[in-house]
Design a protein around this ligand. Structure first.
Ligand code: GLU
Length: 354
């Protein structure tokens, strides 16, 4: 052993004897699980001019580093790193951002040193991004998505606790292999069945049909159930080489409607149509010819329900049932299905599996 190395070793042992707590702390930090946060904006990163304003604020203003530093408790539980994917109001999220985000998450999770990821997101379209990722992430590591209903500047802002809970969930073994999880307001919901259900309340995410997965209690995940539908590792969609997603539009049904929306979507080159039908898959007879024409041209027509829960029935065998998916979730699955096929029966099979 050279003299220099010997001296360094003696010095290290000496420091360890002098400051045992410090060296123990350093090794404890190194053992903490590593969680990577991908920030996209939303109210959790929003600023208002006053602490009582929860309406007229600017979403997507606070950067990921400030977001992390504003919850120092996170570093007690994880070695956290952050990355800004975009910083926008989630109403402006696009399929191009979904593709980019899913690629980044797949790359981050391929690092054996990373335990899981947290995505911060505006709540308006959080459910769509969550379901997209649920189908596009090819890993059993945890992917948690969170946001907030009150801006960071508000009294009783809900963002900090939501972020802490999401990071602790991402770091926990319990979240692995359960698909993408939505963690807000102390609850854990699955990506497939969860929807934003209230315009302003902090208790806005719910799975009205099939129920929540569990809770975060004092920072500890308590998970009781999962979804039996395919997701993440069991998903057949590999989007790594795609540059764009097929155009799929949603036709809202209402009394007195005509086929103007259907005609416009066809004119703009829609590759798939989701009908937000009435009740158990019904719609005004006036749109039947346009739906038939689409199916005849090889444009899949998926019938979902605007009721918000239940399995949607399909009376016309040329069309496809959305199963229990809401119109906005059915659109995502149809976009991904169309990256593989436009065959009616194959796509109908996907709606039974995912
Ligand atoms: N429209 C904003 C967004 O979705 C606010 C909703 C929220 O983040 O709570 O980004």
């Amino acid at each position: 052993m050279s003299h220099t190395i010997h001296h360094l070793l003696v010095l290290a042992i000496f420091i360890g004897m002098l400051f045992p707590a410090v060296s123990a702390d350093i090794s404890a930090v190194q053992e903490l699980p590593r969680v990577h946060i991908l920030a996209t904006g939303g109210t959790i990163a929003g600023n208002a001019n006053s602490s009582t304003d929860t309406v007229h604020y600017r979403p997507g203003e606070i950067g990921v580093d400030v977001l992390i530093d504003s919850v120092p408790e996170i570093r007690q539980y994880t070695r956290v790193t952050g990355e800004q994917v975009c910083n926008i109001n989630s109403d402006d999220i696009t399929p191009a951002i979904w593709l980019n985000l899913s690629r980044r998450i797949n790359a981050v999770l391929a690092d054996p040193g990373v335990e899981g990821v947290v995505v911060t997101h505006g709540t308006d379209t959080l459910e769509e991004t969550a379901y997209f990722l649920n189908l596009a992430i090819l890993s059993e590591k945890s992917v948690i998505i969170t946001g907030s209903m009150r801006p960071a500047t508000a009294l009783s802002a809900d963002g900090p606790m939501n972020l802490l809970n999401a990071v602790r969930l991402a770091a926990s073994e319990d979240a692995r292999g359960k698909g993408v999880l939505i963690a807000l307001n102390g609850e854990i919901n699955g990506a497939r069945d969860t929807t934003k259900s209230n315009t302003q309340s902090v208790q806005t995410f719910s799975s009205p049909d099939l129920g929540l997965f569990g809770y975060v209690k004092d920072g500890k995940p308590m998970i009781y159930r999962t979804s039996a539908r395919k997701n993440t590792l069991s998903s057949e969609f590999n989007l790594s080489s795609l540059t764009a997603l097929p155009r799929v539009d949603i036709v809202m049904t209402y009394p007195g409607m005509d086929s103007v929306a259907m005609d416009a979507f066809s004119g703009r080159g829609s590759q798939g149509i989701v009908v937000a039908a009435m009740g158990n898959g019904e719609y005004p007879a006036v749109i039947q010819p346009a739906l038939e024409a689409a199916a005849l041209k090889g444009i899949p027509v998926v019938i979902s329900s605007r009721t918000g829960s239940g399995i949607t029935s399909v009376k016309d065998p040329r069309f496809i049932s959305a199963d229990t998916l809401t119109p906005q979730k059915a659109r995502i699955l149809l976009m991904l299905a169309l990256t593989k096929t436009n065959n009616r029966d194959r796509i109908a099979g996907m709606f039974r599996n995912y």
